[in-house]
Design a protein around this ligand. Sequence first.
Ligand code: TYC
Length: 104
Amino acid sequence: MADQTPRTTGDVLEKTRHELKDPEQWRVLLLNDDYTPMDFVVEVLETIFVKSPSEAYRVMMQVHTQGSGLAGIYAHEVAETKVATVVDLAQEAGYPLQAAMEKA
Ligand code: TYC
């Protein structure tokens, strides 16, 4: 229909402008618990958050002693995927490890 052309074009332009904006950044935090083994948390930090062994150990100890710690900062969709992956891996292994995200 003739009246669909302007509306479709407008939608495409709007989307293009939106995607050009800098994506909002989100902090992904790991949360402490009494049951998840330290080695498992270090492995999560190395594999999912691409930390070096020494940095992974430092962040794990920060979580262990302070209650939470910064695992990384990402665009919203990436942060959501990281949180879900942490929780899935922990559940598969039978651990209660939790991750959270907050706007940076
Ligand atoms: N507190 C846990 C222990 O003593 C270790 C741990 C560290 C758990 C970091 C979770 O995000 C975490 N085994």
